[in-house]
Structures are given as C-alpha cells and as structure tokens.
Design a protein around this ligand. Structure first.
Ligand SMILES: [Zn+2]
Length: 128
C-alpha cells in the first residue's frame, strides 16, 4: 500500500463535521411511537404555560447536578458524609492554580498530573 492509498483509506473513515455518530433504532428511534414513554424529556423544553388564572407554575426539571451524576455513574455519594452521614455542603471552590498546588502539597498529594507515556511507534505504511 502506498502512502497515498493509506491516506485515502484513512480519510474515508473520518466522518463529516456535525454528522450524528450515534443512531438509535427500534423503540429508541427518533419517531418511534413508544419513545416518549421510555426516554426522559428534554430538560431544555419548557411546557406551554397554562391559560387558567390560578394555575400553579409548571414544574421545570433541572439538569442533574454533579453530585447526582457522580452517584449515578461511580456510586460516589457526594450528598452525605461517609463518616457520620450528615449532609455535605459546598463551603469553597478553589480555582486559583497556585492555591491548589499549595493545598495539595500541604496534604502530601501530587501537585502535577502523571507524565504521559510516549506513543508507541508503529509502521502503518508497511507493505505486506
Ligand atoms: Zn461527617
């Protein structure tokens, strides 16, 4: 295989920009009749306001919080203390890199990400 043939084959595998890469079939297909019964609604969609004068405001669903996502995916409960079970509250968000490094160093934790291992060299243009 020549380098040009390799590049032609490789370019054929790259999808076009903004192309949907996940396609749903069956009951998860976009126009399936039962889709609305099993797929949660779009949180960005706001229901139409009621015309009744004393109607309560519609309940809007918010996106899942990070704590809910961590619990759902990794089973890490960020809502309760692992020692006493009391509810946890956010007391600070440290965003300054120098303060983060200082805090990690004080706790004896690594202050830098682990170094990446170099990529393995492979001869992709090898002819058979
Ligand atoms: Zn506690």
């Amino acid at each position: 295989m020549t380098p040009l043939e390799f590049l032609q084959r490789l370019a054929a595998l790259v999808p076009r920009p903004r192309l949907h890469l996940i396609r749903f079939h069956g009951v998860l297909a976009p126009n399936a009749a039962l889709r609305s019964q099993i797929v949660p609604g779009d949180p960005d969609q706001v229901p139409a306001p009621s015309t009744e004068p004393n109607a309560s405001p519609p309940a809007t669903r918010a996106r899942m919080s990070w704590a809910q996502l961590l619990k759902r995916v990794f089973e890490i409960d960020m809502a309760a203390c692992p020692h006493c079970g009391s509810p946890l509250t956010l007391i600070a968000a440290i965003e300054e890199p120098a303060v983060i490094v200082k805090s990690l160093a004080h706790l004896g934790l690594p202050t830098r990400a682990l170094p990446r291992s170099p990529a393995r060299a492979r001869n992709l243009l090898q002819t058979a």
